[in-house]
Design a protein. Structure first.
Length: 269
């Protein structure tokens, strides 16, 4: 889709929704270093309320590993897709992982560590089944980082390159947020609902495409070209969207809402 509307909230009626949210740049403001990111406590409280209202059909979908997502969302224990879907945990706590061969992971770690050491300010983040090359603190190395990642995909054809905001990731082929969303939508409590996905980065475009194909609601945070149908301006706008969603959800005191608890707010205007 080429035209986006601002994602102003309004009450959804007669439909059940499944909520999928990216973390960095969506629920957590972008920080100079990934380990400095956090989700405000008030936002975590709203996520819990929205999860309860949607009967558990709320998941975080991120490039971060599951262990980091649990730390960021604590004390919540939500369904999660980490490392762009290479790790996925369902509502029952069952976890699936797609891994690289140990020899490939070891060789990649050595090669990338040596390369990053030659580019001061860049940072290698090792995720087990994926590697992220950050250059937010050294943007002069953007092209060098991209060329390094491309060289690794040629050397190891099982890898795919995923660019993001001041980061390039190497991950297993076939792993993306769109595939993770589709997997979630085949299982309870997501199955049979209309998906809503909010994300901000190039890594979220596969998720937007998947949601659009399911006639769901795709919301891009921030500027830039996107396949999302709707848009929120920034992280603060996401927080406002969550607040308004819950306010309008709980202000309707009809028996239907109180008993069913799944009506929420659309991003549609």
């Amino acid at each position: 889709m080429n035209i986006q509307k601002d994602a102003g909230p309004q009450l959804l009626r007669e439909r059940r929704y499944a909520f999928f949210l990216d973390v960095d740049g969506t629920l957590a403001a972008i920080q100079p270093r990934p380990d400095e990111a956090f989700i405000p406590k008030g936002v975590i409280a709203n996520l819990q309320k929205l999860a309860e209202a949607s009967e558990g059909a709320l998941a975080l979908v991120s490039g971060r590993p599951l262990v980091e997502l649990d730390q960021l969302a604590a004390p919540l224990q939500l369904p999660l897709a980490g490392v762009h879907g290479a790790e996925r945990r369902d509502i029952h706590g069952q976890t699936e992982r797609i891994s690289l061969p140990d020899t490939v992971s070891s060789e990649l770690s050595t090669l990338l560590t040596e390369a990053v050491a030659r580019m001061p300010g860049t940072q290698l983040e090792t995720k087990g089944m994926a590697f992220a090359l950050h250059y937010r603190q050294a943007e002069q190395y953007q092209q060098a980082v991209l060329e390094l990642a491309e060289a690794m995909t040629h050397r190891y054809p099982m890898l795919a390159l995923q660019p993001g905001k001041c980061v390039v990731e190497l991950k297993p082929q076939g792993v993306n947020k769109g595939a993770a969303l589709k997997d979630f939508m085949q299982q309870a409590p997501f199955a049979g609902r209309t998906p809503v996905f909010i994300g901000d980065d190039l890594t979220d475009e596969a998720g937007f495409n998947a949601v659009n194909a399911m006639d769901g609601i795709s919301i891009k945070v921030g500027e830039g070209q996107t396949q999302a149908a709707y848009r929120l301006s920034d992280v603060e706008a996401v927080y406002h969207w969550l607040n308004q969603t819950l306010l309008q959800l709980y202000q309707d005191d009809t028996t239907s809402v109180r008993s069913q608890g799944y009506e929420s707010l659309s991003s549609r205007i």
